[in-house]
Design a protein. Structure first.
Length: 300
């Protein structure tokens, strides 16, 4: 990864995640690229409405108030010509985004590693899968219109298996059932789990948290998992072995996660299972992580 940004947290965001481009995207789907480009040029002075990731990005950039801690980079399938409307909207909202890659219809995922990104958020599932394959934490944002008020804190929530951790245990659950899963976790309670696609991002978040004075950190992290006792022990020991501390951990034993995420006040929640994402997106902004056994064709 690039070291040009030093110790900053680097977030890549697609234009459709940052802004509501549904009208122009509909033109593209119905009439093609030329009509889309003409529509964008015609409306380039019309300010775009905020997208699903806008509140999160605004909070992330607010962390730079007294020190440059976060870099948000725009990665777009637009061309620079059609992307002018996007930059005009960025300027209108006063977002501190100055770097971008406009890829003229091609996937922008190949620039995720070049920029040294810790996280890529997009509404294009294939771009997200390719970023994950390249070893970068990535999620497809669910466009459900979720919004929370701004209380000044930035709250991330993560599922465990196949997100923070590998899918090794979830694979046993899917293939052999709950009893085999529970027995495996009891037997391996003191054996740390392997890291999942969001381990590096969580470590980067913890590094960012450490940059704030004790008791005055505006960032909180939470594990929100369907696991329950006795499967909790392996999770706790794994995080301890990694040297990672989470602010909150919810072991829900299969309960619906949505209400708990709303109570926690998550700005964004990451989960590998579509059903969990659909439920959570009714309460908070949610990113689907297309990784692990739950996203293999046989599990379709």
């Amino acid at each position: 990864m690039s070291s040009a940004f030093g110790e900053k947290l680097i977030i890549a965001i697609s234009s459709r995640a940052l802004f509501d481009l549904s009208d122009s995207h509909l033109v593209f789907e119905r009439e093609g690229l030329a009509a889309f480009a003409e529509y964008q040029r015609k409306h380039e002075d019309d300010i775009l409405e905020q997208g699903e990731a806008f509140p999160l990005v605004k909070k992330l950039l607010a962390l730079n108030e007294d020190k440059n801690r976060v870099e948000v980079i725009l990665l777009s399938r637009n061309s620079a010509d059609t992307g002018l409307r996007v930059f005009n909207s960025i300027e209108h909202y006063g977002l501190g985004i100055t770097r971008a890659a406009f890829c003229g219809g091609e996937s922008p995922y190949r620039y995720v590693s070049a920029f040294g990104c810790h996280l890529f958020l997009s509404t294009h599932a294939e771009d997200v899968r390719q970023a994950l394959d390249a070893g970068v934490a990535a999620a497809t944002l669910m466009l459900a219109g979720s919004r929370l008020g701004d209380d000044g804190e930035l709250r991330f929530a993560f599922d465990g298996d196949a997100v923070l951790f590998s899918d090794e245990s979830e694979r046993i659950y899917k293939q052999e059932g709950l009893e085999a899963f529970a027995e495996n976790e009891r037997t391996k309670a003191k054996t740390p789990l392997s890291g999942g696609p969001f381990k590096t991002f969580l470590k980067a978040l913890q590094h960012l948290q450490a940059d704030f004075p004790n008791g005055d950190c505006p960032i909180r992290t939470a594990l929100v998992t369907a696991r329950s006792a006795p499967a909790h022990e392996r999770v706790i020991r794994t995080l301890r072995q990694w040297g990672i501390r989470l602010d909150e951990s919810l072991f829900l034993g299969g309960l619906d996660k949505g209400e708990f995420l709303r109570s926690y006040g998550a700005d964004v929640f990451f989960d590998d299972q579509q059903s969990h994402c659909q439920s959570a997106s009714q309460h908070v902004a949610t990113g689907h992580v297309p990784h692990g056994v739950a996203n293999e064709p046989s599990q379709g």
